[in-house]
Ligand binder design. Structure first.
Ligand code: GUN
Length: 287
C-alpha cells in the first residue's frame, strides 16, 4: 500500500480563499478584522513564525499589528499591553508568541487575554472548554489537524486514535478534540514504555513529539492515517517531521508530509479564529 499524501498547502490555500471572501464582506460592513501579535525578545525562530503570521493576515485582508517588545520587558508592562489590546475595539484577536522570557509568568499573561480575543485558544477557559466541548476558540494546530481529516473525509468516530506527545499546545488538545468526536484516544509521551505496542493499534496516528524520525514503518498498522505534526531542523538545514516519511508512506493509507502538511494549517486556523471573532463582534453589534 502506498499512502495518499495529504497536501496541507492545498487545503490551506482553499480555506484561505474562502476566508478572504468573508474578510471582504466584513470589511464592506465597515471594518477589517484585526489581529495583534506580541513578540517579546529576539528569538530568530519566533521572528520567523511571527513574520509568517503577519504576512498571512495581509494576504487575506486581516489587519495585523505587530508589537515587538525587548527581552527585558517586565511582566507588568506586558500585562498592561494586553489590557490595552483587550480594550481596543479594532483588535479582534491577541496572540502572544511563545515561549516568553523566563522571568515572565506565562500563565498569568495568557489568562489576562480576554477570552473573546483568545484566538490562539491558550486561555484556561478555552483549555477547559476542550473537556466540556464549549471552547470559544479551538487551539490552532489541533484544529488544523481536525480540518485536514475533515477535508479528506476521514471518519473519526469509533476509530482508535493514538497521539504521540502530551504537550499543552498540541498533544493534549488534539486528544481532547478527537475524543469529543467519539474517537477512542490514547496519549503516549516520553515515559511511555514500548511505544510501538500503542502506535500499532492506531487507525489514526498523530505524532507531535519533536523527535526526528521517531515513527518507523514497524510501528504503524497497515492502512493507518498518519498525521505528522513534528517540525525538526537538521544540522544541514533540512526540515523533517517525527515520522520516517518514505518508509511509513509504503504502509499508511494517508500521510502528511513535512513541510507542507500540518504546518500551513496552523496559521490558517489562526486566520479563521480572528475572522470568526470579528464576525461575532459585528453580529453582537446587530450588523
Ligand atoms: N509557539 C509555538 N507554537 C505557537 C503557537 O501556536 N502559538 C503561539 N502563540 N506561540 C507558539
Amino acid at each position: 500500500m502506498t499512502a495518499q499524501i495529504i497536501d496541507g498547502r492545498l487545503v490551506a490555500r482553499k480555506l484561505r480563499a474562502e476566508y478572504a471572501e468573508r474578510v471582504k464582506a466584513l470589511t464592506a460592513h465597515g471594518r477589517a478584522p484585526g489581529l495583534a501579535v506580541i513578540l517579546v525578545g529576539d528569538s530568530a525562530a519566533s521572528q520567523v513564525y511571527v513574520r509568517n503570521k503577519v504576512k498571512a493576515c495581509a494576504d487575506i485582508g486581516i489587519e495585523s499589528r505587530f508589537i515587538g517588545l525587548g527581552a527585558e520587558t517586565t511582566q507588568a508592562t506586558l500585562l498592561q499591553t494586553v489590557d490595552d489590546l483587550n480594550a481596543d475595539r479594532a483588535v479582534d484577536g491577541i496572540l502572544i508568541q511563545l515561549p516568553l522570557p523566563a522571568h515572565i509568568d506565562i500563565r498569568a499573561v495568557l489568562e489576562r487575554i480576554s477570552v473573546e480575543k483568545d484566538v490562539d485558544g491558550f486561555h484556561l477557559y478555552n483549555v477547559g472548554g476542550l473537556v466540556t466541548g464549549s471552547t470559544v476558540f479551538s487551539p490552532c494546530t489541533p484544529y488544523g489537524v481536525q480540518k485536514l481529516l475533515e477535508h479528506e473525509n476521514i471518519e473519526v468516530a469509533g476509530k482508535n486514535v493514538v497521539v504521540v506527545g502530551a504537550s499543552n499546545i498540541v498533544g493534549k488538545p488534539t486528544a481532547l478534540m478527537l475524543m469529543s468526536q467519539d474517537a477512542t484516544v490514547c496519549i503516549c509521551h516520553k515515559k511511555t514504555r514500548d511505544l510501538a505496542q500503542f502506535t500499532l493499534l492506531a487507525d489514526i496516528l498523530v505524532v507531535a513529539a519533536g523527535v526526528p524520525g521517531l515513527i518507523v514503518p514497524q510501528m504503524v498498522k497497515t492502512g493507518a492515517v498518519v498525521i505528522d505534526v513534528g517540525i525538526n531542523r537538521l544540522p544541514d538545514g533540512r526540515i523533517i517531521g517525527d515520522v520516517d516519511f518514505e518508509g511509513v508512506r509504503q504502509k499508511a493509507s494517508y500521510i502528511t508530509p513535512v513541510p507542507g502538511g500540518v504546518g500551513p494549517m496552523t496559521v490558517t486556523m489562526l486566520l479563521h479564529n480572528t475572522l470568526v471573532s470579528a464576525e461575532r463582534t459585528l453580529a453582537a453589534a446587530g450588523g
